[in-house]
Design a protein around this ligand. Structure first.
Ligand SMILES: [Zn+2]
Length: 235
């Protein structure tokens, strides 16, 4: 599917005026579900027409997404879906290795029945998405799992950082992964949750570090990596 087609497809359901929140959410979802490739130009006029809104509102949306680092604003050229470099990608994984073990330690300390249920529910949603081979849902839920851990751990600063890192990881996977691969292995989230439920923080941390290694290893982040084949991502 061409990028133009995917932008138009987004417009199908838009007949009334949307809020900044709604438009930001729709564009963000299209990027994080890999329907809009990194580097895609996000023209103000086209987006204003698609969402039947003003350019001023579109600019506000783009500024917000730029703040979340999934959109890049280039002076004189406009807005583009962010395209992290290999160095930035490696920085993201280094940050995640530092943050996520701490998230799990905090989560194990504060775990209660409500949190257990939220984790169970999420694992079930991931399994359902995999059973119907819904690739968009799998990609989205994989990222959301890590954000959920940080939210349930109860530290708002960590949760905010994790949201940003998860979104960047999603872009990185879109750029540097094989087109058919997904970000997270099927069984690894479940193993992490099982360790958390047992109160075994050490095991959970270890599993998380392995999990992050697996994601990073599945990408082509060595210096010899060429430009990713973006078209094939949408084929
Ligand atoms: Zn994962």
């Amino acid at each position: 599917m061409s990028t133009k087609a995917s932008v138009r497809k987004t417009s199908a359901a838009n007949s009334r005026e949307h809020s900044v929140d709604e438009i930001a959410e729709k564009i963000s979802a299209a990027i994080l579900e890999h329907r809009l490739a990194p580097g895609t130009k996000l023209g103000e006029d086209r987006l204003a027409a698609i969402f039947a809104t003003s350019r001023a509102k579109v600019r506000e949306v783009l500024a917000r997404l730029a703040h979340e680092q999934i959109v890049e604003l280039v002076p004189q050229k406009g807005a583009f879906v962010a395209k992290p470099t290999i160095e930035q990608a490696q920085d993201v994984f280094e940050a995640r290795r530092l943050i996520e073990p701490g998230v799990l330690r905090r989560l194990v300390r504060t775990l209660d029945d409500v949190k257990r249920q939220r984790l169970r529910r999420h694992i079930d949603l991931e399994a359902e998405a995999r059973s119907r081979d819904d690739k968009r849902a799998i990609v989205r839920l994989s990222g959301e799992f890590h954000v959920l851990l940080a939210e349930l751990a109860g530290n708002s600063a960590l949760a905010r950082s994790m949201r940003e890192l998860s979104a960047l990881t999603c872009l990185i996977i879109s750029l540097y992964d094989a087109p058919t691969a997904t970000s997270c292995r099927a069984d690894e989230h479940e193993e992490i949750v099982a360790a958390v439920n047992r109160g075994d923080a050490q095991r959970a941390e270890k599993l998380m570090l392995h999990h992050l290694d697996h994601i990073e290893q599945s990408l082509k982040l060595d210096s010899s990596a060429e430009e990713a084949d973006l078209e094939s991502v949408f084929s």
